[in-house]
Write a protein that binds this ligand. Sequence first.
Ligand SMILES: [Zn+2]
Length: 290
Amino acid sequence: MYIKNNRFTQWIRTGTIVLFAIFSSACNTPPGSNSNGEEKPATDTTDNASHTRLSENAMNNNAPRASHMDIDKPYLLGKVNAGQDSMLVEIPVPIAHRSGLFLHRDALEAFLKMRTHAKSEGVHLQIISAFRSYNHQRWIWNSKFNGEQLSGGKNMLHEYPEPQHRVEGILKYSAMPGTSRHHWGTDIDLNKLSTRYFQEGKGVREYQWLKENAREYGFCQPYTPGRKDGYNEEPWHWSYMPLAESYMYNFMKKIDYSHLGEFHGSEYAEDLNVIHRFVINNINPRCNTP
Ligand SMILES: [Zn+2]
C-alpha cells in the first residue's frame, strides 16, 4: 500500500511538472512589445494573438488562470501612444462622455456588455476617464502640485506649503505619474468623480448596481471604503481584472523608483513608499493580485 501510494505520488508530481511546462511555455509569449522596452509599433500583430487568448477567459471571471502575460515596462508606465496602439481603442461617444478616450479593447468589450445589462435595468453607465498616458498623469500631478488645479476641492500649494506634505496630500486623490492603474488601459472612471454623487439620488442606485453586477463582467472596485492606507474611496473607479491582474503582476516584478521621475515631488516617492502603499497594497482584496 505504501509503495502504491508512493508511485501514485510520483506520477502526480511528474504530471504536474509536465503540465506546468506546457502552461509556462504557452503563456510566455510577449504581448507584442519589444523586449528592449521601446514602444511597440501599431502594426505588430503578436498582440492580437495573446489578447484574443485572454479574452476567452475574460467573460468568465471564475475561470482559472494558468499564467500571466509578459508585459513590457512602457505599457506598465503609460508610455504608449494611445492613437497608434493596436490594443487601445477609442471609446465611442456617448459610451464615453467625450471623444478621445481610449481603453484596452478587451476591457471595452466587457464594459459594453455590462452597460447593456445595466441599461436594461434602468441604470446609466458612462465612461468619463479611461486610459491615461504618463504625460497626461504628469500634467494632472504637476498642476495640482503648483496649485493650478484643485485636489479634493483644495489648493494644495496653499494647503501644504511644505513639498513632502503636499505630495502626501495629492496622493489621497491622484496617482504619481507611472503608478496609475489608468496607465494600463484596464481601468475606468464612471459617471462622476464625486463620492457624494454616489451617496445620494440616482448615484446610490448606480453604485449598488455595480456592486452587485460588475464582477460578473470582470470589473472590480479597487478603492473601496475602509482600507487602512492608500487612495481615498473611489466609487467611480472600476478595474477590468482579467487584464489588470497581469499588469499588476508585471508591475510588481519590473517597476521600481528608478522609473518614477521628471515630475514635481518625485524625489519623495521612495521615502513615502508610494509603490507599495498605493499600487501594490491597500487595494480591495477582491481586486488584488496573486
Ligand atoms: Zn480612476
